[in-house]
Design a protein around this ligand. Structure first.
Ligand SMILES: [Zn+2]
Length: 253
């Protein structure tokens, strides 16, 4: 499967997945035009749309794409996503014949209450739950919910490619570096991100193993984060995660 991040809106990525026969899936189309352009340019047929959560920058292009291509739209159980044709719950499997692909929906509440991720084909399509070097803001969930969601994502195989909804990596990296300045894996990743971005390339997808080594929100149980928590008088892991997320909310890097 070819995995193509399509830049959209200010800093979103729509993920276009396609096989060699020209069958494609669009994930979180916040606008239709970049998908239509990529389909035309690459000679692809759109076969399905997957949606992770109800925010307009992830779904606003889905209606136009569905009308034009007559494709199924998979989405979580949430009436705010009126366009859905197939609702998915935690653990539910999606088997597509064109392109031949299997995904499992995983409930990952935190950013929104009904947010799902799709896992399959070696990919983690995680919307605004996990970002490279960061995680989503807690608009509808509690820190405990978001941490439990990230714990589930952390347990996936390390070679899983993280396909997230925004290009936030450089800004997230400045925050991460302040939390863990002595992490050599983070230093290496930041150099990689700087050269990718300077060349106009996306910083994602990125293997989950890299995120486990670099992303402070996946490193709550590390010695470095335990020490950070101790300095901020938050010693249990949920309080530490909540304090870290609050510090990121206040960070102006
Ligand atoms: Zn969102």
């Amino acid at each position: 499967m070819h995995v193509v991040p399509l830049p959209a809106l200010a800093d979103n990525y729509i993920w276009l997945l396609h096989d060699d026969a020209g069958h494609a899936i669009a994930v979180d189309p916040g606008e239709a035009a970049p998908v239509e352009a990529a389909l035309a340019e690459r000679g692809l047929t759109l076969d399905a749309i997957l949606l992770t959560h109800h925010h307009p920058d992830h779904i606003a292009g889905a209606d136009s794409l569905r009308q034009r291509h007559d494709v199924p739209v998979y989405a979580p159980h949430d009436e705010r996503i009126a366009i859905a044709t197939h609702r998915v719950a935690d653990g539910e499997r999606i088997a597509l014949s064109t392109p031949r692909a299997r995904f499992e929906a995983m409930a990952v509440p935190g950013h929104t209450s009904s947010h799902v991720a799709y896992v399959g084909e070696g990919l983690l399509l995680c919307g605004d739950t996990l970002f490279s070097l960061g995680c989503g803001r807690l608009f509808e969930g509690t820190p405990a919910q978001m941490l439990a969601s990230l714990d589930r994502l952390s347990a996936l195989p390390g070679d899983t490619l993280v396909c997230c909804g925004h290009e936030y990596t450089a800004a997230n990296g400045r925050f991460a570096q302040g939390i863990e300045p002595a992490n050599p894996a983070l230093t290496t990743r930041l150099q990689q991100v700087a050269s990718l971005r300077a060349a106009g390339q996306p910083s994602v997808p990125v293997p989950l193993a890299s995120e486990l080594a670099c992303n402070p929100f996946l490193r709550i149980d590390s010695e470095a984060l335990a020490a950070w928590g101790h300095r901020h008088h938050v010693d249990d892991r949920v309080s530490r995660f909540a304090a870290l997320r609050a510090a990121k909310d206040d960070f102006r890097g």
